[in-house]
Write a protein of this length. Structure first.
Length: 1030
């Protein structure tokens, strides 16, 4: 780089600095590269900047020094010679007194500190300069950051992997003194992070730290506890937790801080703020973990007294916590541990650290605590906290565990018939079970063979089982708490690795099964259910043999037959089936065996007259077992095949012979969905063979012949066809489609609704999966406007719509055109719902894409295709009947369209929704109201603008009139209540009296749910504008 080029680059840098910093950086990089390639020297840069350095203009001096510091920072550490480093160092040193340039000078020193040939003498001068001539309190945070960075660079160069110990010794003490000088009084969070990091580095790596330990500790602990709330749009993204963690790491960095840390933290423990206490306790925990047993030896009594006070004054993990199965495992706002948990964790760690350091000291520690707590057992005072403390100590190691159990259990483990004492006993057992699990682990399938060492708790096992058994089976059913607690503790025992034998687990399974059958209490039910689920994870075969088999065997052949367990009152079939459904879900063997057994039961029950209701319960359970386990790995291909072979013949027997299922619409439809699931997951290589077989059974070879005359057996055929691979070879597809259409045209008028729906769904499946769209379109006859032909065409169209066919838009527009027809328009309007209604057997299942051509976003495309046409036609039509048709069609499509797909159209849609509320059709009104609910939730401004129209409309809909069915009235009331949460108060207040008086007649509505909602809605309007009472 020539002198002219260098001067030009400097001018470019100066011109762009603070205006286009990226350009300035780019220019500095070009100059640096020239220096690296030896075509320019750094000293030449200094010379080129000379007139700027000597300028009386402060800004020019700053910018010139920024230019040099920027180039210096970009220069490789080993590039500058010793002489160059010395000259540049002296140059920066000469500028130190110019306060206006301090930031740029410090930036230069930060870069120089890393240079290989900057000598230890120059580093010493730099440190002395900072100590004597730099006053951090006089500068902004951005300048105060730079001395920290200088120290960090010096530390990284000289104290990390130092090559010369003598050099390090020369600056060791001075380095610490400079740090203490610049760290004192710092408040900026970014600077504090670096300060805490340097403090930790010093105490962990430097020598003579003991001489400075008080000052180093004070400059840290003065910030404890950190209370920092980051400002909005914080560029550094520093959180309160970041500062807490850095401060905590620095406090525990050296055992030299132990004495000061313990005494100061114990003082902080008296704070009233729970958050301050939490920070203190977590820091204490880390101190104990880091400083070890020797430091605890001198402080454990003080720590124990402070922690004991905290624990005895508070209470966690009591009866309510144990009984609440839904909140277990949830996180809290305190961080890693709550204050109560942290206290127990500290005591536990103190015991372990003392034991590892000196067993005699541990004995003294434990005996002191035990002696203080023993009276609590005698007087039953603070017994829960006492047992938690002792169980926390027990979780240290095997020897400690055995000693605690031996010393503690004789004090409280005595069987009693007093409910209060029994409840307390069971609760306290739980804490020692937790210690066992923490020490030895939970049982799992992979660890069944690994043994647990002999321990003292095992010696009390028989006594514990006896106490829990008596609590569960010997207590009155009214003693819900004791019985629930015993179930929970049995469940926890199951989880304890190596504690129970298979025989003992079997006994517990038996207890749970009998209890869940005979006790109607909700808490007992859920506790037993969780217990059976937990056991199933490890002992699935045992649960099957002992529990599930018993439940299945209890199911009678006749609906009215009495079911008794242990001479208890009659147990309902629904109860047994609900239990089976609840605890078998997601368990492979249990699901499979339940399906097989229930299908066998169904085969027997279906042949008995007047068993439709029982059949429905059995089929519902089988269906739910399939449906609930489709998206997981519970039912795999091989399972589906095994189930198919085991139960399909029995199910076919039910639908093809006289039974309570064959001629019942609900039962047959539900059972047909079971056939769907049976075939959905069977191996794909079997699909072609099965398609041919089913076609033979239902169409060509058997006695069924669904295309010869209307039959309900069309339903199982359609569901089976829906499950089979869409790529199967199906040469008869077009013929079947044509014959189905012909059958509908000739016999449609005499078919039952269920039969007709079955044949129409067959059209849908064929047009969606097998028949090419060209062939489907050719079957449309727009000249035939008979009602059955319109239904045929709409179902064929749905198959195309669901696959986003290019032809679907044209057919939709043709149907829109028919809405203006005076004779059939209202009928066609109701058919629009078919386009978007969900068909259970044509939904998407995770990991399965072969069974249909349904696109996930087909509703979005269809809604976009028809919306503007319907709206425009509505606006341009004068005839009110035709307008009603457009609104009806739109409302019924909205009924099945997700709200997020509707939002982009809401401005055009909203006026139509309001008009739809006047339509003489209950379904249209319900659909419009549901869409209005979503609109109210998401478009507050729009609702506010139309409040004067909405409120009177809703008040007319809450009255029991011809088209205001229960759903219309209920949703209208809910909407009136919702309005108060989204519309400004001054708007709502103007309608307060009108709504309150308008709802008076609704208080006498025939439906209880409407009356209740009316009371809630009126109360909201009564309270408008009132200040909540606290």
């Amino acid at each position: 780089m020539t002198p002219d080029e260098l001067n030009s680059a400097i001018v470019t840098f100066m011109a762009n600095l603070n205006i286009d910093d990226s350009k300035a950086e780019e220019t500095a990089t070009v100059v640096t590269e020239s220096i690296v390639h030896r075509s320019t020297k750094l000293l030449e840069v200094v010379v080129a900047l000379k007139e700027y350095f000597l300028s009386e203009n402060e800004l020019e001096r700053k910018n010139a020094l920024t230019c040099l510091s920027t180039i210096l920072a970009k220069t490789p550490k080993d590039h500058l010679s010793k002489n160059e480093c010395s000259v540049i160092f002296q140059f920066y040193q000469s500028k130190f007194d110019d306060q206006a340039l301090l930031k740029e000078v410090l930036e230069g020193f930060a870069a120089l500190a890393l240079m290989k040939f900057v000598s230890i003498n120059e580093i010493t001068q730099l440190l002395r300069l900072l100590l004597d001539n730099y006053q951090q309190g006089q500068h902004l945070a951005s300048i105060r950051l730079l001395p920290f960075e200088i120290l960090k660079n010096i530390f990284n160069r000289f104290f990390v992997n130092a090559s010369s110990t003598e050099q390090v010794k020369r600056i060791n003490d001075l380095f610490i003194e400079v740090f203490l000088h610049i760290a004192n009084g710092e408040k900026d969070p970014k600077n504090l992070l670096l300060s805490f990091e340097l403090n930790q580095s010093i105490t962990s790596n430097l020598q003579n730290v003991a001489n400075f330990k008080e000052d180093l500790f004070d400059v840290l602990f003065c910030y404890f506890p950190i209370t920092f709330k980051p400002p909005k749009h914080d560029p550094y993204k520093i959180s309160n937790q970041d500062l807490k963690a850095a401060l905590r790491s620095a406090i525990i960095a050296t055992p030299l801080f132990a004495e000061d840390a313990y005494s100061n933290l114990l003082d902080k423990l008296t704070a009233s703020s729970p958050l301050v206490k939490n920070d203190t306790l977590l820091t204490l925990l880390e101190c104990i973990r880091k400083f070890g047993g020797s430091s605890i030896l001198e402080n454990w009594k003080l720590l124990w007294n402070a922690l004991k006070f905290e624990i005895m004054q508070n209470s966690e993990g009591g009866e309510n916590t144990l009984l609440n199965l839904y909140n277990q495992g949830k996180s809290n706002d305190m961080g890693e541990y709550t204050n109560y948990e942290a206290c127990l964790k500290i005591i536990s760690l103190m015991g372990l650290q003392l034991y590892d350091f000196d067993k005699a000291s541990f004995e003294k520690f434990f005996n002191h605590i035990l002696d203080e707590l023993k009276p609590n057992f005698k007087y039953e005072k603070d017994l829960k906290q006492t047992c938690q403390i002792l169980s926390a100590i027990a979780s240290g190691n095997l020897e400690i565990f055995n000693q605690v159990i031996s010393s503690t259990f004789p004090l409280f483990l005595t069987n009693t018939s007093e409910t209060a004492k029994l409840k307390l006993l069971i609760m306290n057992l739980s804490f020692f079970f937790d210690s066992y699990i923490e020490l030895f682990g939970k049982i799992s399938t992979g660890l069944l063979e690994k043994s647990v060492p002999n321990n003292k708790l095992a010696e009390y096992k028989d006594e514990i089982i006896m106490i829990l058994s008596m609590a569960l089976t010997g207590s009155s059913k009214s003693e819900v708490t004791v019985r629930t607690l015993s179930v929970i503790q049995f469940t926890k025992m199951i989880k304890m690795k190596g504690f129970l034998t298979t025989e003992e687990v079997s006994l517990i399974i038996q207890y749970f099964t009998e209890t869940i059958l005979t006790d109607s209490n909700k808490n007992i039910y859920y506790a037993c259910l969780e217990g059976l689920k937990t056991i199933s994870e490890i002992y699935e075969n045992l649960v099957f043999e002992i529990s599930l088999k018993k439940l299945l065997d209890l199911l009678p052949d006749y609906f009215g037959e009495n079911i008794r367990v242990n001479d208890e009152e009659n147990i309902q079939i629904e109860t047994i089936l609900k239990i089976i459904l609840d605890f078998t879900t997601s368990r492979h063997i249990l699901v499979k065996e339940s399906i097989i057994s229930l299908a066998t039961n169904l085969n027997t029950v279906a042949k008995i007259s007047k068993s439709k209701e029982y059949c429905f319960l059995l089929i519902s359970t089988i269906y739910s077992l399939f449906n609930n386990n489709q998206n997981g790995s519970v039912i795999k291909e091989e399972d589906a095949l095994a189930l198919k072979r085991a139960i399909e013949p029995k199910l076919f027997e039910i639908i093809t012979q006289d039974s309570a299922v064959r001629d019942d619409n609900y039962n047959l439809t539900l059972l047909s969905n079971v056939f769907f699931f049976l075939n959905l997951k069977m191996p794909q290589e079997m699909h072609q063979e099965e398609l041919d077989r089913y076609n033979g059974i239902f169409i060509f070879e058997g006695n069924i012949k669904i295309l010869h005359a209307p039959t309900l057996l069309i339903i199982p055929y359609v569901k089976i066809l829906s499950a089979l691979n869409k790529t199967c070879n199906f040469p008869q597809k077009l013929n079947i489609l044509s014959e189905t259409i012909q059958l509908l045209r000739t016999h449609g008028s005499i078919m039952t609704e269920t039969e007709k729906l079955g044949y129409l769904e067959l059209l849908l499946v064929l047009s969606n999966k097998y028949v090419p769209e060209k062939d489907v379109i050719e079957l449309f006859n727009w000249n035939d406007l008979s009602l059955i032909n319109l239904e045929i065409m709409i179902w064929l169209s749905k198959g195309l719509v669901m696959q986003n066919s290019s032809k679907s838009s044209e057919t939709a527009k043709s149907f829109i055109g028919l809405l203006s027809n005076e004779e059939i328009g209202s009928f066609v309007a109701k058919l629009f719902e078919i386009f978007v209604v969900n068909i259970s057997s044509l939904q998407k299942f995770k990991g399965i894409n072969w069974n249909n051509n349904v696109k996930i976003l087909y509703k979005q495309k269809f809604f976009g295709d028809i919306f503007h046409t319907l709206v425009n036609n509505y606006k341009t039509t004068v005839d009110m009947n035709v307008k009603c048709n457009y609104l009806t069609a739109l409302s019924l499509v909205l009924k099945h369209t997700p709200s997020q797909l509707v939002s982009p159209f809401i401005d055009d849609l909203f006026p139509l929704l309001l008009q739809a509320l006047d339509m003489p059709d209950s379904e249209v009104r319900v659909s419009a109201l549901e869409t209005l609910k979503d609109t109210t939730d998401k478009h507050h401004k729009l609702i506010t603008e139309h409040i004067s129209t909405i409120v009177p409309l809703l008040l007319s809909l809450v009255l029991p009139q011809k088209y205001n069915n229960v759903n219309v009235r209920l949703i209208a009331l809910q909407l009136l209540q919702m309005i108060t949460t989204v519309v400004p108060l001054n708007y709502c207040l103007s309608y307060q009296e009108e709504v309150i008086s308008g709802l008076v007649p609704v208080l006498s509505d025939k439906k209880r749910m409407v009356r209740k909602q009316c009371i809630d809605t009126r109360q909201v309007y009564f309270e408008l504008g009132q200040v909540p009472f606290e």
